[in-house]
Design a protein around this ligand. Sequence first.
Ligand code: BTN
Length: 319
Amino acid sequence: MLRERDDFVSGAGMSRALHISRSAVWKHIVALRGAGFVVEAIPSRGYRLRSAPDLLLPSEVQRGLTTAFVGRDIHHHETIDSTNREALRLADQGAAEGTTVIAEEQTAGRGRLGRVWFSPPRVNLYASVILRPALPMAQAAQVVLVGAVAAARAIGSLYDGPPGTPPRIKWPNDILIGGRKVSGTLVETASEGELLRHLVLGIGINVNLAEKDIPEEIRGIATSLATACGHPVSRVELARRLFGEIEAAYLRFRQEGFKRLASEYASLSDLWGRPVRVSLTRGSLEGIAEGLEPDGALRLRLPSGSAERILAGDVQLLR
Ligand code: BTN
């Protein structure tokens, strides 16, 4: 009600409309203030919302969210070890498809290949969505592309920096702006024999992270959306768009199959035909990034002329 009326709303009016007591109204106001909302109170006039915090609170993210299931049930944490870990736990307990875990901070954010994902408080987006596609385990990797397409589209929709450097996907799931990483995706699965039981699509986006706060080890290779745009970006709006894009890409994938998703992915990436070095657990390979295999693997054309299927590795552009 405070949001809808950009003016004072009387305590008595809220109490009547919501069928709660005046003291219950007051308790909610206290709770809102505790969460960082600035609510003015004047005895003769009532309450007025002066500002809302840029926190990823479910009530904020869900305002204007148009999805049917992604982000409809949001578990928000001020701090947590890893949203992926929590989402896997909820999925195990039977949480519905689309259930989403969001955190303001992660103390043990997980990256690909056993790395750590830098997750400082209240500046970035850390979210994990539970999905339950009916797929054999062998095809689970295809869903990984959903995350990349969704993140690239959501970030691209808010990007207003130099037009020559739009956000692009670097296989498998990194989103780069001007060659620096702004986002990564980690998909974790649970299986039942040959079948996929559920999976968790975890996406981290550097949103308002300041250049000076980027740890030394990743300075130069990482950036944030705010740095790229030259101004702060609303994390709430980005979360809304991300959930919308995840649901849309996932439904397209379920209805139209991998080919459609793969071609969308291909058009959001500028890797194709370019020379790359791929670091693998067992050394590295150089060649031309040619395209995607039907399971989402990267096809690398080696100087010998033969093609290599890369399932996991780090890609570095050579020129
Ligand atoms: C990468 O290495 O590029 C993948 C990074 C994935 C990070 C996200 S943040 C939300 C979710 N929770 C995690 O612990 N990891 C993913």
